[in-house]
Write a protein that binds this ligand. Structure first.
Ligand code: PLP
Length: 439
């Protein structure tokens, strides 16, 4: 039997270390919500390939639809059209927020973000963009200019895109303006308005881009009043509102897109990750008149809208619809949040539990409230040792990032929570923090 260590060693001899991997295992198979490593160890997967496997590994409907497509043709490029890609676009638009009626397919989240900002600049004739501090929008140079979840991602890549400004994300647990949710006057929004007075006039601003639920930056749902104020501000000044739903979309937050949970529609949306169950596919989805004003030759791709990825995407969306997985996501998410709140009452190590649907962050803190990255690292390792794959996020890497699939069974939820609670026990004991008796 091949050992994990052997594959890791071979990997080290061929890959750049620039690309970080969370766990030192190599997998042999993935089915449903479990993976098996090359040594035969089985794990419950609560990382879902960085949030791309919203209906788990190798869902039979995805496998069947892809197997039907492959013998027909696997690529068309921009040479001719094909029905599978058209059908996937039709279905994606049918579940997209109302009013977003045209799309452009690409391959990755970063590409979708690039497309969204190109569209916004082109059709508005304006160049400025406001993004939010702590956001992650991708690694290509345009998307990286918006990304600010960690300065390491930007180090030595300057100068980045000019006329990009950042305003603090409404991260209530660590409010950048030291407000408490009870007495919040939305100082973060006032700051954004101030930027329009000091740094860039609305007339120069093409777009404001935001993750409605902050992903890599810490798993923080934006407060609804903040998003509603953003929508009003954009309407008032003709600024395009872009929602980056690369991670929060495709059922992850309990509706097809997080924007629908909030009842707030952007002008442009970037979608990727979960839309094709692990096959590379992304999309810029926008209002019809914006897309109509983007002239031929203004954007393009060779692989975007690949028919095999589109077959996987169709099967993914049909599965979410037919199996009632949006409803499952809401009820599983509610149950998981309740269980985590219970754990928070027992472990002072847990400073905050927040999320939407099955996109949940658990922020670990030291006694003085500062981020506890060490404890987070130890919990990830403990969980892995007990057969649960979990990853972390946040600028200090102190936030457990829980993204189980929408197909998680009640028993799997139970199993995951049990492992997590045993890991918390071990790590809290090791710190002398101990477990608080149940109230
Ligand atoms: C919100 C968001 N936008 C964009 C991206 C970039 O996606 P990709 O890694 O597919 O380029 C990510 C990836 O994590 C993301 O979470």
């Amino acid at each position: 039997m091949t050992a994990n260590g052997e594959i890791l060693q071979r990997g080290e001899e061929v890959f750049t270390p620039a690309f970080h991997f969370y766990h030192r295992i190599a997998i042999r198979s993935g089915r449903g919500n479990r993976i098996t490593d090359v040594e035969g160890n089985s794990y419950l997967d609560w990382a879902c390939g960085l949030g791309a496997l919203n209906i788990g590994h190798g869902h039979p409907r995805v496998v069947e639809r892809v197997q039907r497509q492959i013998p027909l043709f696997v690529h068309t490029g921009g040479v001719y059209r094909n029905e599978t890609t058209v059908e996937a676009a039709e279905m994606l638009l049918s579940v997209a927020p109302e009013g977003l009626e045209r799309l452009f397919f690409s391959n990755s989240g970063a590409e979708a973000v690039e497309g969204a900002i190109k569209l916004a600049r082109h059709v508005s004739g304006r160049q400025g963009i406001i993004a939010f501090g702590g956001s992650f929008h991708g690694r290509t140079l345009g998307a990286l200019s918006l990304t600010s979840s960690n300065s390491r991602y930007r180090e030595r890549y300057h100068p980045l895109l000019p006329s990009v400004f950042h305003s603090p994300y409404p991260y209530c647990f660590r409010c950048p303006f030291s407000c408490r949710p009870s007495g919040c006057s939305m100082a973060c929004f006032a700051h954004l308005e101030e930027m329009l007075r000091r740094y860039i006039t609305p007339g120069d601003l093409a777009a404001i881009i935001i993750e409605p639920v902050l992903g890599e930056g810490g798993y923080v749902p934006a407060p609804a009043p903040f998003l509603a104020s953003l929508r009003r501000l954009c309407d008032q000044h003709g600024i395009l509102l872009i929602f980056d739903e690369v991670q929060s979309g495709m059922g992850r937050c309990g509706d097809w897109f997080a924007s629908q949970c909030y009842g707030i529609t952007p002008d442009i949306m970037a979608v990727a990750k979960g839309i094709a169950s692990g096959f590379p596919l992304s999309a810029v989805v926008a209002r019809k008149e914006l897309m109509a004003a983007w002239p031929t030759w203004a954007h393009g791709t060779t692989f975007g809208g690949n028919p095999v990825s589109c077959a996987a995407s169709l099967a993914t969306m049909e599965t979410i619809r037919d199996e009632g997985l949006l409803q499952s996501c809401r009820s599983l998410g509610g149950e998981l949040m309740a269980r985590l709140e219970e754990l928070k009452g027992r472990y002072p190590l847990i400073g905050d539990v927040r999320g939407m649907g099955l996109m949940i962050g658990v922020e670990l803190v030291q006694g003085d409230g500062s981020p506890d990255a060490g404890a987070c690292e130890r919990i990830l390792a403990e969980c892995l040792g007990m057969g649960l794959v979990v990853i972390n996020c946040g600028p200090e890497r102190n936030i457990l990032r829980l993204i189980p699939s929408l197909t998680t069974s009640d028993q799997e939820l139970e199993e995951g929570v049990e492992i997590l609670s045993r890991a918390l026990d071990t790590v809290a004991d090791g710190q002398g923090a101990g477990r608080q008796p149940p109230a």
